[in-house]
Ligand binder design. Structure first.
Ligand code: PGA
Length: 256
């Protein structure tokens, strides 16, 4: 894993945005795995500002709530259109987000997986991390080989997301999420985490054992993972000085 620690969330986001922007410029028909939540919001603002050509880009979002319509203000459909898609020249047909209203959820999940494969796989998967270490909505004890499927949110995640819905009761219990196995098949993963409340989850994901109790720890098995995190999210890492040295002394050709 490459651990990039920056003084602020803004500085870490700027690096992540450069990395994604570079990929889009170098591969105009890239397949992007996208994430929602407060963490990537500013990254999308940066990407919009880069004036990139999205006309041949395909996207797959990690997850969506079950039982709310795409028009619901807290649906991840709404989030993505609001924060990114309506500001760029992406083709609607190339946007993929799990369908939270599907009549047959297992069949729609299977179709989602097939679409990812048919698109040639995901070039870069953007990820946030839950305070409990989840990636996508793969909660603790998710199979590390899991595929796109329905999941039940933990009380912790519903509590964490209550701020978007106004109350905890209003947060749906069920979601559709890409699996950890799905995420691990992306050619590159880019995880962002900011703030003290993510520090434990980051330390367990990076320096703990690989365990379904820390779903993000599965990323240790992926050959190409970059973390862009702020000081607070890095505050429980034992080897943070080492990670800083590595980044500060990268050979020029490796720098973004
Ligand atoms: P957040 O959520 O970006 O809103 O903190 C991250 C996550 O739950 O994966």
């Amino acid at each position: 894993m490459e651990i990039i620690i920056q003084p602020t969330a803004e500085a870490a986001t700027a690096i992540a945005a450069r990395l994604m922007g570079k990929l889009i410029r170098e591969k105009p028909a890239a397949v992007l795995g996208l994430a929602t939540g407060s963490t990537p919001e500013s990254l999308y603002g940066h990407l919009v500002g880069q004036k990139l050509d999205w006309s041949r880009i395909t996207t797959f979002n990690l997850d969506e709530y079950v039982g709310i319509s795409p028009q619901h203000p807290q649906s991840y459909h709404s989030f993505m259109w609001e924060k990114l898609f309506r500001h760029v020249n992406i083709a609607i047909k190339n946007v993929n987000i799990p369908d939270g209203l599907a009549n047959n959820i297992p069949a729609s999940c299977e179709t989602y997986e097939k679409k990812i494969a048919a698109a040639g796989g995901i070039d870069i998967q953007l990820l946030g991390i839950g305070t409990n270490g989840h990636i996508g909505f793969n909660e603790q004890t998710s199979s590390l080989a899991s595929r796109t499927r329905i999941k039940t949110l933990t009380p912790q995640t519903r509590k964490d997301n209550a701020r978007f819905f106004g109350s905890e009761e209003a947060v749906p219990h069920h979601v559709i999420t890409m699996g950890i196995g799905t995420i691990l098949e992306a050619r590159q993963c880019l995880l962002l985490a900011f703030g003290k409340k993510k520090a434990r989850a980051i330390a367990e994901a990076v320096e703990g054992p690989i365990s379904s109790m820390s779903p993000a720890s599965a990323l240790q098995q992926h050959p190409r993972v970059t973390l862009c995190i702020d000081e607070e999210a890095a505050s429980e890492l034992k080897l943070s000085e080492y990670y800083r040295w590595v980044y500060d002394n990268k050979p020029g050709w490796q720098k973004v």
